[in-house]
Design a protein around this ligand. Structure first.
Ligand SMILES: Nc1ncnc2c1ncn2[C@@H]1O[C@H](COP(=O)(O)OP(=O)(O)OP(=O)(O)O)[C@@H](O)[C@H]1O
Length: 611
């Protein structure tokens, strides 16, 4: 397919799919987030108060050493040169020694300051990354469906990087700059008050400039955070679905979407930089104008005998040191605005609360029978109800097959039982206890869901099976693999169960993945199994193997199976036909075939397809 740039058919934004990150923040939300970002920064720094204090102490000494230099120069010019003319070189030697001593002290303190503050910023970033990861991982499925993994990745990488820039370099520069500006300001006042007033007058336009630049930068950087997240979302979506991308020739379209998203990111950055550029330039201009005024006004004061030439020389030296740090402060201010926008986004994630909450007072069901009950449950993802007033009683040990048209609500039912979501009204209970009252770890032990993808994590086959029960011994893992019939397959592997699943030619077949998933369930030994059967069909030997394994795994357990195969339905005790969130047929497979309703038609269709 040609892309929109060449056909002019659709602008890329109309073709985005999941990559959409369209939540533009409103002004009021942004104000609240700005406050949150300050709170977050404070909470991140709080545990390191002592170290921050130590860094400040070191920088105080460092700063004193740095600003002492010009004082020795002034002393050398005012006293040293005069004394040397009279043959006394002592004051000049003192001035030179003082200058070198101050420089050496500055070198040592700079080293210690950078070491202490570098470690501090690394620790803060480490905490922040862990906090965001842990929090995002604990948030409900509904959050991840809305937020997308790309945005979480963007928060964890590019947002954290901009905070890193602030902490690692900018904060050091800021402390140094603020201190030297303040110290020099005091010295300037001490040297000559009228000249100091000229310098201070230059601050009036700077205050206005700072406000203007701050607004400009914050606006720009907020946009950059959203824009870079959209770029990352697009990357993740494109690379995560690379087979579909190549199969459907979506590369061109993806390129044009990326160009658009990346362009928006560059524009947003450019807009923020304009704020900084204007600010930085204006500081230099104010600095130069002030220097000229000081030179002229200072000369006039020398001519009139108010000050000595050394004072003016020191003044001009200090002025250079005064506007240098101010320029640095402009860069720091820029980094701060960028980090503040990132902190806003991060605090947005950290302030998200799980929609599915852990119970305050957990109740442990008294049995492990596996009695499942949906009691007058109403549920919908948005306003439209997917399950309107749904009631279902599954006695312990019953294997229920769910069938029905696509979108009927079968997966939704399964997700409610796994407590990925909570019902809007009514209750889902296990062994007489509402799922909302069962502790998460307890529920995960009792109810295990096998999803269609049968996801394999990096690591060995044994590691993947052990996911069912992390404390299982090697022997138990082997027994589970054997119970589901994985023996034959593992015998062909170089290291048996210890073979790395990824290294071994990358992937397992669909049937083998299902067997691994069943082995996990066997090991976990839950009272309820939820199985979303893969729709992809297996070849006959694989299907038989999966079928046998399933029978083993389900023995003595309650099961809810979203069934796509005749072979699976045939092992069910009960079949439920769903339509638009309601049960329209309910009975044993034989009863329903006899009744001659929808299931009978479906059954007939399956049988015909096997012939
Ligand atoms: N995460 C979601 N957000 C919004 N709507 C959803 C979500 N998941 C499902 N739906 C909607 O809920 C309805 C029921 O979907 P569900 O996945 O439960 O159906 P299903 O019977 O399992 O379908 P299929 O057999 O195709 O998997 C559908 O209209 C679907 O569009």
């Amino acid at each position: 397919m040609a892309d929109s740039d060449t056909t002019g058919l659709l602008p890329a934004r109309d073709w985005r799919g999941d990559a959409d990150e369209s939540t533009e923040d409103s002004v009021s939300v942004n104000m609240a987030l700005a406050k949150n970002s300050r709170t977050l920064l404070a909470s991140l720094l709080r545990p390191y108060k002592k170290r921050a204090l130590l860094a400040m102490l070191i920088i105080l000494v460092d700063n004193a050493a740095n600003v002492a230099g010009p004082l020795f120069v002034a002393y050398a010019l005012d006293r040293g040169v005069g004394s040397a003319q009279l043959g006394n070189w002592g004051p000049l030697v003192i001035a030179a020694g003082g200058y070198i001593g101050a420089g050496a002290l500055g070198a040592v303190t700079t080293y210690f300051f950078l070491t202490v503050s570098g470690k501090l910023s690394q620790d803060v970033l480490f905490d922040l990354r862990r906090r965001v990861f842990r929090h995002a991982q604990g948030l409900s499925i509904s959050f991840h469906e809305r937020y997308t993994s790309g945005r979480v990745i963007s928060r964890l990488t590019s947002d954290i990087e901009s905070i890193q820039a602030l902490l690692e370099t900018a904060l050091n520069d800021a402390l140094t700059a603020v201190l030297s500006v303040a110290t020099i300001a005091v010295i300037l006042v001490y040297l000559d008050v009228p000249l100091a007033l000229v310098v201070l007058a230059g601050f009036v336009p700077l205050v206005y400039l700072t406000r203007w630049a701050g607004r400009q930068q914050r606006r720009g950087y907020r946009k950059t955070r959203t824009a870079i997240a959209r770029v990352v979302v697009h990357f993740v979506e494109s690379m995560g679905s690379i087979r579909a991308v190549q199969a459907f020739r979506r590369e061109g379209r993806n390129n044009s979407i990326l160009a658009e998203e990346d362009g928006a990111y560059s524009d947003a950055n450019a807009s923020a930089f304009r704020g900084m550029a204007g600010f930085s330039g204006a500081i230099r201009l104010v600095g130069n104008i002030t220097t000229v005024i000081v030179l002229v006004f200072g000369s006039w004061r020398i001519v009139n005998g108010h000050i000595e030439i050394g004072v003016l020389a020191a003044y001009l030296l200090y002025l250079r040191r005064f506007y240098g740090p101010l320029d640095e402060l402009a860069q720091v201010f820029n980094a701060y605005q960028s980090a503040a926008a990132a902190l806003e986004k991060l605090s947005g994630v950290l302030n998200e609360e799980p929609a599915v909450r852990e119970p305050q007072h957990p109740v442990v069901p008294s049995t492990r029978a596996g009695h499942v009950m949906f009691d007058d449950v109403t549920f919908g993802y948005g306003q439209v109800p997917v399950l309107p007033r749904f009631t279902l009683d599954v006695p312990p040990g019953q294997v229920v097959a769910l069938v029905g048209a696509t979108g009927a609500g079968k997966s939704t039912l399964a997700k409610l039982l796994a407590r990925f979501y909570d019902p809007k009204s009514g209750a889902v209970s296990l062994d007489g206890v509402d799922l909302t009252s069962i502790a998460d770890t307890d529920l995960r032990e009792r109810v295990v869901m096998v999803t269609q993808e049968a996801y394999l994590f990096g690591g060995s086959l044994a590691d993947n099976i052990r996911l069912g029960r992390p404390d299982a011994s090697d022997e138990e893992v082997r027994a589970a693999a054997s119970a589901v019939g994985l023996d034959e397959f593992t015998a062909t592997l170089p290291d048996g169960l210890d073979t790395d699943v990824r290294k071994r030619g990358g992937r397992l077949s669909a049937g083998q993945r299902q067997l691994v998933a069943f082995a996990r369930v066997f090991l976990a030994s839950p009272s309820v199994v939820i199985l979303d059967e893969a729709t992809s069909s297996l070849d006959v030997p694989s299907e038989r193997a999966v079928q046998r394994a399933l029978e083993t795994v389900l023995r003595g357990r309650t099961a809810l199976i979203i069934a796509h195969r005749l072979s699976t339905v045939s092992i069910a005790d009960r079949v439920l036909v769903m339509d638009q969130g309601r049960i329209v047929e309910d009975g044993t497979p034989d009863e329903l075939v006899e009744q001659g309703g929808r299931f009978a038609d479906l059954h007939e269709g399956w049988r015909e397809s096997l012939v």
